[in-house]
Design a protein around this ligand. Structure first.
Ligand code: ZN
Length: 142
């Protein structure tokens, strides 16, 4: 799913704790590509982005394209958002998906009614260009 960025987008935008570390992820998202960090020492993937590998502590990391396939690991249907800017979206699905590479990624499930979302459902990335600066990585049914 692709949306057209608008000047009217009023919801909170991502505020990465480490903008330099996560810049490759957001730059790729703008190009509608999903990339994840991989350790060049032990070859394992991880997510969220870190300064070092969480398995072997190597700092020799690289960004690699993800296969773009995932399954819903867990989810919650939000009826009362913590932030009022999301009220008009309710109900919506906040989820954790597991990519085929094994990493877990927080996201939202779009493109189907919330009552159709199931654990283990196959999903693929759905990039939403919400502003000219930010593209959000959500997932939709495969
Ligand atoms: Zn490692």
């Amino acid at each position: 799913m692709t949306t057209t960025p608008t000047a009217e987008y009023k919801k909170p935008l991502p505020r990465p704790a480490n903008p330099t570390l996560t810049k490759p992820f957001w730059d790729a998202a703008k190009e509608h590509r999903l990339i994840i960090p991989r350790c060049k020492n032990c070859s394992r993937y991880h997510f969220y982005p870190r300064e070092h590998c969480p398995f072997c502590f190597s700092m020799d990391l690289e960004w690699v394209p993800a296969a773009g396939k995932a399954r819903v690991y867990t989810y919650s249907v939000v009826h009362q958002p913590e932030n009022r800017n999301f009220t008009e979206d309710c109900p919506y699905v906040h989820a954790i998906v597991q990519l085929t590479e094994g990493v877990l990624m927080p996201t939202a499930i779009v493109g189907c009614p919330p009552e159709e979302v199931r654990v283990d459902m196959e999903v693929v990335p759905a990039f939403e260009d919400v502003t000219t600066e930010w593209t959000l990585v959500k997932f939709r049914p495969a």
